[in-house]
Design a protein around this ligand. Structure first.
Ligand code: PEP
Ligand code: MN
Length: 339
């Protein structure tokens, strides 16, 4: 971190600030220019509050030279992280596909979709039991019963299960049931939830918020990792833009950018990005080509009658087609598709 002092600040005021930084266990390099002094702070500056320092009347400008995230930072962890979930693996050259309905709707539905996606090559089963719906009058999910049905589908197919947590009060239940805890886009900056999930032993699939920057997204991963849970999978699911043709705009740039910034695996959700079932396969292909470590795809046995997100859900047949197309591309990227 670099602190530029205002021109002609007296030596006493500079020394007072330097002492304050030293009390924070930081080393301070002092450069005296013509009428201007620059302080270079070295050490753990992640906990330094930039806004507080800029409030000092003798400070002109404060700049970070290092990112505010440590555990998620590629600089301190150059190798790719691979998150292992049973036999599935995401990252470090292993590519897995998570597939299943937006919401668990019944025993017959979730078991039938689980069997179909397994057959097509998915490595994990998704299914929402607690749904974050825009309208309070829309289907809110089956709740705890939905989690029970996911366990039945897991028992029938052997697929590990991924489901979204919306409230810290369900942390213990999720710890007992799911294999991967999903934190949805709307909760990406629910810091109380992130802290609780950070105490869990289960891997976390952290979706990018509706309008969040890469740094904000990685800082949310940092919250989870700071709590002790370092198995975080980042998921790009499209962001809000001026375009209304699609539900969101898939930010393909997020894949190489995040890989540069962080060692955490990145997967892509083309279903929520497009909001249109026929666009899911081309976006999935783009994601693989851009270096994604996995995909999460909505699949429903009867999309026109789905209780949630039918318009963006693939039939099992279409999902089978997508899996066939991405297999060759995953190979071309030098990765292994885990089935
Ligand atoms: C979902 O995966 O069902 C979901 C609600 O996604 P998002 O949080 O990305 O909107
Ligand atoms: Mn959905």
């Amino acid at each position: 971190m670099v602190v530029v002092m205002r021109p002609n600040t007296c030596q006493e005021d500079i020394e007072r600030l330097v002492e304050r930084f030293k009390r924070m266990d930081l080393d301070v390099g002092i450069t005296n220019g013509v009428g201007c002094t620059i302080l270079g702070l070295v050490g753990d500056t992640a906990c330094v509050d930039m806004d507080k320092i800029s409030m000092n009347p003798h400070v002109e400008r404060v700049m970070r030279v290092q990112e505010p995230y440590k555990k998620a930072n590629r600089k301190f962890h150059p190798e790719d992280t691979c998150v292992q979930v049973g036999t599935a693996a995401i990252g470090g050259g292993r590519f897995s596909v998570v597939a299943g309905p937006c919401s668990v709707e019944s025993e017959a539905q979730i078991i039938s979709v689980a069997e179909d996606v397994k057959e097509a090559g998915a490595a994990l089963l998704r299914g929402g039991a607690f749904k974050p719906r825009t309208s309070p009058y829309s289907f809110q999910g089956m709740g705890l019963e939905g989690l029970e049905l996911l366990l039945e589908a897991k028992a029938a197919t052997g697929l590990p299960i991924v489901s979204e947590i919306m409230s810290p009060k369900y942390v213990d239940v999720f710890e007992e049931t799911v294999d991967v805890v999903q934190v949805g886009a709307r909760n990406m900056q629910n810091f109380d939830l992130l802290k609780e999930v950070g105490r869990m032993s289960k891997p976390v699939l952290l979706k990018r918020g509706l309008s969040n920057s890469y740094e904000e997204w990685i800082m949310s991963a940092e919250y989870i990792m700071a709590g002790g849970n370092e198995n975080v999978i980042l998921c790009e699911r499209g962001v809000r833009t001026f375009e209304t043709y699609t539900r969101n705009t898939l930010d393909v740039s997020a894949i190489p950018a995040i890989k540069q910034m962080s060692h955490l695996p990145v997967i892509v959700d083309p279903s929520h990005a497009a909001g249109l079932y026929w666009m899911v396969e081309p976006l999935a292909m783009a994601a693989v080509a851009a270096g994604a470590d996995g995909l999460i795809i909505e699949v429903h046995n009867d999309p026109p009658h789905a209780k949630c997100d039918g318009q963006q859900s693939l039939t099992p047949e279409k999902f089978g087609h997508l899996m066939g197309r991405i297999q060759g591309l995953v190979d071309l990227m030098g990765k292994t598709l885990v089935r």
